[in-house]
Design a protein around this ligand. Structure first.
Ligand code: ARG
Length: 570
């Protein structure tokens, strides 16, 4: 559609220049005026001619009909006037020569662009707090973040994915206190991350009764900042255990990071930034703590140093941003976190601005809403949490059961169950615009009907099976369109490049998720109404197989962009 829009704008420009040689409108201006009609029955693209009536000093219906006459021969589209609108419908020739051929030529790269070539984007996402459970609240940052990385890469940007682990803070002091009081090496070794979470939960239960434990935790964290070896050793060991577990989940999602560069990495990089704040007169003492007053900007103060001199989350973010700018020379640095951190980001972005960093507008916070499961809110500090790994495991098990029943001979059943089980959750999650709070049920996510991951993956597998059954059918002749469902499918496929642009511009993977459903719907309509392998005419058969293959290519490309695998058989 992007290409179509450009060509229509060029053809429009030709027509306008002949009819109104004095008007001075250029192609870009005309392209801007084009709109998508609310109902595709009217056309695939429209020009609301009232936008031209002032310049051309003519009534919209008159402009529409003059242009429709002039553009009859343009070859790209069927052009018709309807009241004050000029409607364009893809010509079949255009769909075959430009859309089908583009998908076939570009294959895995169909939909990609080079708008980002030469630009670097740093993405900070997932970033769980070590010591706390990796729960389903992290699903958002992990999959939105990775999807945004894949989307930017698809548009030619050089991307650097960073896991900014929350591995440096009072919570790590809590972990040390809890381990020394109630833990032992053998149990933690045996239970891994679960053992650490148990200790963390116990700490909070006990601290309710004995708040002095919190002071102890702060003291242990202070020792970490002072590099006391026993604390650093324990901390490193805990970190190793957490990472091992996160990697299992990341692997299931097919996610890798370019860097694990957590908050601890910046422990020696903060003093320089704090010095700048001091030199600029930004720091104020408040009950012994150092803060930056932001009341002029209607925000509470940004806390930089606690009264015991230990650093805080914002100080580490500031040091990290400066380090990343110096190291990667990014054009944009994207942070994906829950909307609960909106204020935190607004505050430290403002502090950076006050410090004089003139690239602060290259920092982008991408927030998302909360996730709950079965209507229940998730908590981190109690035992009442749904771990991401448990959610994945349950989903995979359910899929495995269904597969054992429906397709017991399928090879690689375990891999496929993982791809479908995990994919279902990711798809369900990424179907909503990111800022919406969502309530999750496994049943809905796993349904094979409706707008779900299994439905999309199944549709993809169907396209693969058609190709496999087609065997060595000759696909080299001229393709043709013989039914409206074929044209409708190609129209949907034509939209993919634009959807990719929209998803990047809005930092919104759901644009792709929803688009996948549009492709699947158009494909299934085509599949229901147009016999493919059984149609008599050889040329029609070959065309339809090619259409199925093109639909498969687009579904695969789109699903990959939202971290979902595409098994060829389900
Ligand atoms: N560790 C934080 C959390 O779990 C998220 C970190 C996001 N990234 C950042 N640079 N602040 O809430």
């Amino acid at each position: 559609m992007k290409e179509f829009k450009k060509r229509i704008a060029a053809a429009l420009h030709d027509a306008v220049s002949v009819l109104w040689p004095e008007c001075g409108l250029d192609t870009a201006q005309l392209q801007e005026m084009l709109e998508y009609p609310p109902d595709e029955a009217m056309g695939n693209l429209a020009l609301p001619c009232f936008k031209l009536s002032r310049t051309l000093r003519s009534a919209p219906p008159a402009i529409a009909s003059a242009l429709a006459d002039k553009m009859q021969e343009c070859g790209i589209a069927e052009v018709s006037a309807a009241g004050g609108y000029l409607n364009f419908r893809f010509s079949y020739a255009y769909l075959l020569e430009n859309v089908l051929t583009a998908v076939e030529a570009k294959k895995d790269a169909y939909g990609s662009s080079d708008v980002g070539t030469g630009k670097t984007v740093v993405l900070d996402y997932s970033s769980p707090n070590t010591s706390k459970p990796f729960h389903i609240g992290h699903l958002g940052t992990t999959v939105i973040g990775h999807s945004l990385k894949l989307l930017h890469e698809f548009c030619g940007y050089t991307c650097i994915g960073i896991n900014h682990l929350g591995d440096w803070g009072t919570q790590n002091g809590k972990q040390i206190v809890a381990y020394r009081k109630w833990g032992d090496k053998a149990t933690v070794e045996e239970k891994g991350c679960d053992g650490l979470v148990e200790l963390y939960v116990k700490f909070h239960e006990e601290a309710e009764k004995d708040p002095s434990l919190n002071d102890q935790a702060r003291a242990e964290f202070k020792k970490m900042e002072e590099h006391v070896p026993e604390n650093i050793e324990l901390w490193k060991w805990f970190l190793e255990i957490s990472l091992k577990e996160y990697n299992v989940t990341y692997k299931q999602l097919g996610i890798t990071f370019d860097y694990y560069m957590g908050e601890s990495f910046f422990s020696d990089k903060m003093p320089a930034q704090i010095q700048i704040m001091r030199d600029k007169g930004l720091l104020k003492l408040d009950n012994g703590a150092s803060i930056v007053d932001l009341s002029d900007y209607n925000m509470p103060p940004c806390l930089i140093l606690k009264s015991d001199g230990t650093t805080l989350y914002p100080s580490r973010d500031i040091a990290a941003a400066v380090y990343r700018k110096n190291t990667f020379a990014f054009d944009k640095c994207i942070y994906v976190t829950s909307a609960g951190q909106n204020l935190h980001f607004a505050q430290w972005f403002k502090v950076m601005e006050l410090m004089g960093y003139d690239w602060v507008d290259q920092l982008v916070h991408v927030p998302y809403g909360t996730v709950s499961i079965g209507g229940e809110k998730l908590a981190t500090r109690t035992g009442n949490v749904v771990l991401l790994k448990d959610l994945f495991r349950q989903s995979i098990e359910k899929v495995y059961e269904i597969m054992n029943e429906k397709n017991p001979d399928l090879p690689n059943r375990e891999d496929v169950a993982e791809a479908v089980g995990v994919g279902a959750i990711v798809f369900h999650y990424l179907y909503n615009s990111r800022i919406k709070d969502i309530n999750f049920t496994l049943e809905n996510a796993l349904s094979f009907e409706g707008n779900t991951g299994p439905y999309a993956q199944y549709t993809y597998a169907r396209t693969c099976s058609i190709l496999e059954k087609a065997g060595d059918l000759d696909l080299t002749g001229d393709a043709q369109i013989t039914a409206p469902e074929e044209a409708a499918l190609l129209v949907v496929l034509s939209k993919f490049p634009e959807k990719v642009d929209d998803a990047v511009a809005q930092y919104e993977p759901s644009v792709i998720t929803r688009y996948v459903i549009d492709v699947c719907t158009a494909f299934n309509r085509f599949y229901q109404n147009c016999p493919i392998l059984t149609v008599e005419d050889q040329a029609v058969r070959a065309s339809r197989v090619r259409l199925a293959r093109a639909a498969g290519t687009v579904i695969r490309n789109a699903l990959r962009l939202i971290c979902i695998r595409t098994p060829e058989k389900i």
